[in-house]
Design a binder for this molecule. Structure first.
Ligand SMILES: [Zn+2]
Length: 724
């Protein structure tokens, strides 16, 4: 992104009026570049793009006039995911290059907007724009528009709408959602335009960072890699990490913990066939790295690698930082904790005098800088490697590694250097309220991939007040009924169930080991119609987001389950190689002391069509869950037990009373099969530190309001007589 003017990505659902908004921008002097038109241009008669398509799919996709016949192409690739991926790999880079060229041709002093930028969301690239705007309109209005525009009946229009991807998911990438419901948009656009024009340069600089001052020079890292690969191996890697962290804890008005730490370390990894050799070093010098590399290389018997210069790859960060916490005085962080504490006490006094017993506040910030130098053999010849046949759907994955290739043939190498800077902030509130012997707690946390700007007044107040409200409200809660009931999980409950009971089973290492309910089910129906589960590392400022993973692959939007069908797993380099697929940017590690393994980032159930109010209204007798606490999960089976920290008993669509000490248990994959109603709301991401193999990594998860037709509610109340 090096255009001398701001570039917006603009998108919206069908009939949301994004073209209308584009016109408004055009009237203001913006140049609108039409992605649809670009898609047509790159495969116009006589183009190299059309020739590439014909070569890939045969001349039968051409009409008698030599032009692309879209319906024939559609028929040719429809239903075959591999063909679709091939089509996309031909089309998408060409569309991007075409639009990039058009942007370059725009006169200086102009502004550019790309319509429709949905493709950039799918390509995990939405965060590279200077701004990403999503146009939304109420469903009623969109239906009306489709009916009027295309002369359809209400039912036909409804079907058209349901078949489209959901704008609510795109909105997760947006820094501006434009409500196009017939209102006058001029003031909103005035303000957004003024903001963008004032700060796009700063934002671009933060998003497309210049290289950071590194502990080692590029040629030094190449030297270490060559040493590492001096006696064979198909992959070598140097992972260098600098981390700075600050933590504060206040308990009952006393500052209990003040922790500040700085670490610097590096690790080396050498993979040869199925074997991995690994070494980690605290604050190493270059000679120490070289020595460790030689030690790791020593057992090998292969030929030395001659590496090219490291290619330096820059990737935009989805989480540009405004205020580096390292530049914020400790006194300001202490002050934030004290203010949160005081606010909790005052708010408690205001809503229930004398009820608050204890307030604990935790603060944390951390900045992790990583440099990943790696060299991977492009000929991929590894003596002794056998194709893996223990995974995958019904054969069909014969890949190039299965053919006999003589070992020790001259290898090509892909050698790259990537880097990332990840800044996180967290504020935790733990509140205890009491009434005689009855003690209840409320917990809330504010956490994102942001600098100190995360802790703005309103967000802090909301977090504090929520924790206080939860604790005090729990005092008057009644025991939950026990039995099997329909349960509504509200979006505010977060996606713990999706993460724990389904997400882990979608990690490729667990699937390969057969320790997953989703093992060997690629391409199969594993969930109800309408169930789409996505892990997206490109969502702006979410806790699991990053520019690249800990193996140097860009973070991605990974569609795991689409409309009930299992599409792919979360991959690291190692698992991707075993399965013969592309890495997905999910190879993560806690620190330089750990090996990267497939991990989730921001995992969510994609929003559906239903209004959350309608889902509640139709609940005859059951539980509404607004907050979930901790729990236990068997990731192999997906069986879970979670605590409900805010729940309500519902009868005839009405909330009757808050319940306490309830638990939910069920089986994640079974719940996915039974989901009948999926809300259109998806607004709250729960944050956490996910533990696996002794490694913790920051993640977040979310779901829209959903109805689970039958979950086991464990409560302390006497079981109701007529259990459903
Ligand atoms: Zn986890």
């Amino acid at each position: 992104m090096d255009h001398p003017f701001p570039v917006i990505g603009l998108t919206g659902g069908i009939a949301s009026g994004k073209t209308f908004v584009a016109r408004l921008l055009e009237d203001r002097g913006w140049s609108i570049l039409d992605a649809d038109q670009a898609a047509r241009s790159v495969v116009a008669p006589g183009t190299e793009g059309l020739a590439a398509l014909a070569e890939a799919f045969g001349v039968e996709i051409l009409g008698s006039d030599g032009a692309l016949d879209r319906s024939r192409l559609g028929a040719r690739v429809f239903g075959n995911p591999k063909d679709r991926a091939r089509l996309e790999s031909i089309l998408h880079p060409r569309i991007e290059a075409y639009l990039d060229q058009r942007l370059k041709e725009l006169p200086e002093g102009t502004c550019g907007a790309i319509l429709d930028a949905a493709l950039w969301v799918e390509r995990s690239r939405a965060h590279g724009f200077d701004a990403f705007w999503v146009v939304e309109a109420p469903e009623e209005l969109r239906l009306q528009r489709i009916m009027n525009r295309d002369g359809l009946s209400a039912a036909q229009a409804q079907a058209r709408l349901a078949a489209q991807s959901k704008p609510a998911e795109k909105a997760l990438h947006a820094d501006l959602v434009i409500p196009n419901d017939g209102r006058d948009l001029s003031q909103l656009l005035d303000e957004a335009e003024a903001r963008l024009l004032a700060d796009w340069r700063t934002r671009r600089r933060r998003t497309w960072r210049m290289p950071m001052p590194a502990p080692f020079q590029t040629h030094e890292l190449r030297e270490v890699l060559e040493s590492l690969l001096s006696r064979g191996g198909h992959y070598g890697e140097v992972f260098v990490e600098q981390r700075r962290a600050c933590g504060l804890g206040m308990d009952d008005g006393r500052m209990e913990d003040v922790l500040a730490s700085e670490t610097f370390g590096a690790s080396l990894r050498l993979m040869e066939g199925e074997s991995t050799r690994f070494a980690d070093l605290i604050a190493p010098s270059l000679p120490e790295l070289l020595e460790a590399a030689q030690l790791l290389a020593a057992p090998g018997t292969g030929t030395p690698a001659i590496l090219p210069e490291l290619k330096i790859l820059r990737h935009p960060t989805p989480s540009p930082v405004e205020k580096d916490p390292a530049d914020v005085p400790l006194a300001d962080k202490v002050d934030l904790v004290k203010r949160a504490e005081l606010l909790a006490r005052n708010h408690g006094e205001a809503i229930s005098p004398g009820a608050l017993r204890q307030v604990a506040v935790g603060y944390g910030d951390s900045t992790q800088r990583v440099w990943i130098a790696s060299a991977e053999s492009t000929t991929d010849v590894v003596s002794g490697l056998r194709p893996d046949t223990t995974w995958g759907s019904k054969g069909g994955h014969r890949d190039r590694r299965e053919q006999a290739v003589p070992p020790f043939m001259a290898e090509g190498w892909d050698a790259t250097l990537t880097e990332d800077c990840r800044t996180q902030g967290v504020l935790r509130l733990n509140v205890t309220a009491g009434e005689g012997q009855n003690l209840q707690t409320g917990y809330q946390v504010l956490g994102e991939s942001k600098g100190f700007e995360l802790f703005e007044e309103e967000a802090v107040a909301r977090t504090v007040k929520d924790a206080v409200r939860l604790a005090i409200q729990a005092l008057s809660a009644q025991p939950a009924p026990a039995g099997t009931f329909p349960v509504i999980l509200a979006s505010s409950a977060g996606g713990t169930m999706i993460h724990e009971a389904c997400g882990h089973g979608l990690e490729a290492d667990l699937a390969l080991a057969g320790m997953s309910a989703f093992a060997n089910k690629l391409g199969e129906k594993v969930a109800a119609e309408g169930v789409t589960i996505i892990d997206d590392g490109t969502l702006p400022h979410k806790r699991g987001s990053a520019a690249v993973d800990d193996e140097g692959n860009p973070a991605q939007r990974v569609v795991l389950i689409e409309n009930g069908v299992l599409k792919q797993y979360l991959q690291s380099r190692k698992t991707a190689r075993r399965m013969g697929v592309e890495a997905t940017g999910n190879g993560r590690r806690e620190s330089y002391r750990h090996l990267p393994i497939p991990r989730m980032r921001n995992t969510f159930l994609a929003p559906g069509d239903e209004s959350p109010e309608a889902i509640l209204k139709d609940l005859d007798r059951g539980l509404l869950v607004k907050h979930m606490g901790g729990g236990q999960v068997d990731t192999v089976t997906g069986n879970f037990v979670f605590q409900v920290t805010e729940g309500y008993w519902v009868e005839q669509g009405e909330v009757r009373y808050p319940v306490k000490n309830a638990t939910l248990s069920g089986c994640g994959p079974e719940v996915l099969k039974q989901l009948t109603r999926i809300g259109s709301d998806l607004h709250h991401f729960d944050i956490g530190t996910c533990g696996k193999d002794g490694q913790g990594v920051p993640v977040s998860d979310a779901l829209p309001t959903i109805l689970c037709p039958a979950l086991v509610v464990g409560g302390t109340a006497v079981p109701l007589p007529e259990v459903l």
